[in-house]
Ligand binder design. Structure first.
Ligand code: NYM
Length: 212
């Protein structure tokens, strides 16, 4: 463990369209950091293991039908139920690599036509990421990747709307990586920016809250 007890871990978030490669990059990154001896955990949202997560999961599988606002609030609640643990982990020096976070929440719900500010409101007070990495791919290219699974939202026309919603959320602090690069190139770029962010956190960067 390369970190000392007084330094905190970093909250690293990966975002992007469905099939942008987030999940495999998250696990590669986790594996690398773990092998390097860092205290690190791999998280994802939705976290389907909780009670709320199971409701979300059946919604995504089209087994449950919910009002757009109601499912939005469930996705947010799913983050809130993990907030305390998230803060404990970070303060105790563990870096969290998180596959999707509040930005997915806002991007997917506002793509359905919900008001962006309304979508952002329930996220207020959740921990702000130290780093947001957006794996950038066009909806068309993403759709070519062996097709989508059968879950709700996994359709080209909808993903185009999600891509536009993400654009409105980007700010200058986001790091954008071309998701069509070879997997190893993406991995290398990701490692570099993540290690930078972890160093800044170790040096005492305070935790902050959404929306900054
Ligand atoms: N999703 C994910 C949302 O609509 N809102 C959220 O807050 C989050 C975290 O769930 N299509 C959507 C995006 C995905 C779907 O995510 C399932 P994954 O990463 O495929 O398990």
């Amino acid at each position: 463990n390369k970190e000392n007890s007084s330094s905190r871990g970093a909250l690293i978030v990966l975002e992007g369209l469905d099939r942008c490669g987030k999940t495999s990059q998250s696990s590669r990154l986790y594996k690398y950091l773990d092998e390097q001896g860092y205290s690190v955990e791999s998280w994802r949202f939705p976290d389907r293991n909780t009670g709320v997560g199971q409701m979300i999961s059946s919604y995504l599988a089209n087994q449950a039908h919910l009002d757009d606002h109601a499912i939005h609030l469930l996705f947010s609640a799913n983050r809130w139920e993990k907030r305390m643990l998230m803060e404990e982990k970070l303060r105790s020096g563990t870096t969290l690599v998180v596959d999707r976070y509040s930005y997915s929440g806002v991007a997917f719900s506002s793509a359905k036509g919900l008001d962006t500010e309304w979508c952002k409101a329930p996220e207020i007070g959740l921990l702000a990421p130290d780093l947001v990495v957006y794996l950038d791919i066009s909806p068309e290219k993403a759709a070519e990747r062996g097709g989508y699974g059968g879950e709700r939202y996994e359709q080209l026309e909808f993903q185009k709307k999600v891509a536009n919603s993400y654009l409105t959320l980007h700010d200058s602090s986001w790091k954008v990586i071309d998701a069509t690069l070879p997997v190893e190139d993406i991995e290398e770029k990701l490692r570099e920016i993540v290690l930078d962010s972890m160093t800044i956190c170790q040096k005492g960067k305070p935790l902050s809250q959404l929306w900054p």
